[in-house]
Design a protein around this ligand. Structure first.
Ligand code: DGP
Length: 110
């Protein structure tokens, strides 16, 4: 997607603080962190949001969930972390490329 900032990051056209990548996803630090540690786990495949997820994406979503705790632990979040997926305008999604926020350190309860 030409106008997608996360696709540009995945392509290497926009710099990021990369934490992890494999053939299916990238993880980098959020440019506007909401916690001491704030990572974005982003599939390389451009899926707009959870509203566009199809059955064919099952393996990818499963991979994201399986990689997530390993990434969080490697980032120092050994006692736990928060995951957030904003979806659509009603969910406060700003970047229209599916991504999972991983937050830890200094979190308020909600
Ligand atoms: P969301 O509201 O769930 O769509 O969150 C999008 C997040 O993406 C937001 O916390 C800020 C972050 N973000 C936006 N543009 C960039 C960027 O160019 N680089 C990085 N690292 N993060 C970005």
């Amino acid at each position: 997607m030409d106008d997608c900032i996360f696709c540009k990051i995945i392509e290497g056209d926009v710099p990021c603080d990369l934490v992890y990548q494999d053939d299916k996803l990238v993880v980098f630090r959020d440019i506007r962190p909401k916690a001491k540690t704030h990572l974005l786990l982003v599939p390389k495949l451009h899926i707009k949001s959870l509203l566009e997820v199809q059955g064919e994406h099952g393996d990818l979503l499963s991979h994201m969930m399986l990689v997530l705790p390993k990434i969080a632990i490697d980032a120092g979040l050994k006692t736990g972390f928060r995951t957030v997926i904003n979806t659509g305008p009603g969910g406060g999604q700003e970047v229209d490329h599916l991504h999972l926020h991983v937050l830890g350190g200094g979190l308020a309860k909600f």
